[in-house]
Write a protein that binds this ligand. Structure first.
Ligand code: HEC
Ligand code: HEC
Length: 315
């Protein structure tokens, strides 16, 4: 009996003692409303995400207890690094939409907010209604409805138009991107490594990988991707047909990421380039256009700046 009491006393003193030598508490600076978003969307993000993804963190007393605080503070630090809503005003409108779209995916997949956090703070979970609000807001940016009214054969014309224009492209040279990267027409012969559908801007995309990228996938050596890996992401508008099916409509653009850790050391190890429309017009005025690519791909820093989780080729 005496022994138990002694152990309890020792444990108690230990727990009190570690309260004085725990990790440093993260700073909290009030974060503004996110410009351009309706109040209801702002409230959801503020309530469920700001603790880890903004400069404003509200810690409860139990969050500050050692050793729990080690985990809490590390989540806040990593969360702020991955995505900081306090920097919202410095982002372009396209990046903001991209972030929201990506965030919604994380929420739907149950990855965000972190489950360990919502277990302790149930009021921070998103309700089904909150999720609907986010979806509805992103839907206001969709082109799907507009596409629904395009006559059926327009897509067909566009597709054959694209085929025609690419035939001419092989004859007349496509101009290089402002950073000097040359167009790579061969990408359409590469392996498809993923397909995505983005309802907020009404496009469907195919992501292709060149031979080096595909070999890396098969060998599970994709972080970092080996030099010489190239991805092409081609996007088409979604064409909604009379029977409700959705097919590829107008060709929108093709983008490339070319891995070379040395050559492209100043742009996160990748060469970035984009050609727009059936005429394959190089995108961007100056080489600095890549800053926007990198900034939106930065949440994937730990994944070598790549969003795509490639097909495994097992099925
Ligand atoms: C308890 C802390 C916490 C909360 C709350 C939280 N997150 Fe996160 N979030 C993190 C951490 C930590 C990471 C970094 C994960 C990593 O590096 O693997 C992260 C990463 C992300 C990323 C980037 C993912 C990536 O692959 O880089 C997005 C997007 C995101 N969170 C969205 C949200 C949204 C939206 C909410 C609110 C609905 C939210 N998070 C709430 C901790 C949190
Ligand atoms: C608004 C955010 C955003 C911007 C800006 C952006 N990307 Fe992406 N990119 C994504 C997302 C999200 C994906 C994942 C695939 C998808 O959802 O279509 C992606 C995927 C890619 C891929 C396929 C490989 C991968 O990472 O999955 C390439 C190639 C690519 N982007 C190139 C570019 C280039 C080049 C630019 C700049 C000209 C650019 N991106 C700008 C968000 C962005």
């Amino acid at each position: 009996m005496k022994k138990t009491r002694l152990i309890l006393a020792l444990l108690g003193t230990g727990i009190i003692a570690i309260q004085f030598c725990g990790p440093e508490k993260p700073e909290s600076v009030p974060a503004h409303h996110l410009t351009g978003l309706p109040d209801e969307v702002n409230n959801i993000i503020r309530n469920s995400c700001f603790d880890c993804h903004s400069s404003q963190t509200t810690l409860r007393w139990y969050d500050k207890l050692s050793p729990i605080n080690q985990l809490v503070y590390s989540h806040i630090q990593k969360g702020r690094q991955a995505l900081d809503f306090s920097k919202w005003d410095s982002l372009t409108p396209a990046t903001r939409t991209g972030i929201l779209y990506y965030s919604l995916n994380k929420i739907l997949e149950g990855e965000m907010p972190l489950p360990s956090y919502t277990t302790v703070h149930p009021a921070k979970s998103l309700s089904n209604e909150d999720i609907q609000t986010l979806k509805q807001f992103l839907m206001t940016k969709t082109l799907r409805d507009a596409a629904a009214h395009t006559p059926n054969n327009k897509a067909h014309q566009q597709r054959s138009g694209f085929a025609d224009s690419t035939t001419t492209i092989f004859q007349s040279r496509v101009l290089p991107a402002p950073n000097g990267i040359e167009y790579i027409p061969d990408y359409r012969n590469w392996k498809v490594i993923s397909i995505t559908d983005r309802f907020d801007n009404g496009t469907m995309r195919i992501i292709y990988g060149n031979e080096i990228a595909v070999k890396a996938i098969l060998e599970c050596k994709t972080n970092p991707w080996p030099d010489g890996s190239i991805f092409a992401k081609a996007a088409w508008k979604q064409q909604t047909n009379a029977d409700g099916s959705i097919t590829a409509g107008d060709f929108v653009q093709v983008e490339f990421m070319i891995k070379d850790a040395h050559k492209y050391a100043t742009t996160a190890g990748w060469g970035w380039a984009r050609w727009r429309g059936p005429s394959l017009k190089p995108y961007g005025d100056k080489a600095i256009f890549t800053a926007a690519c990198i900034s939106c791909h930065t949440p994937q820093r730990d994944n070598d700046y790549v969003f795509t989780h490639p097909f495994t080729f097992k099925h």
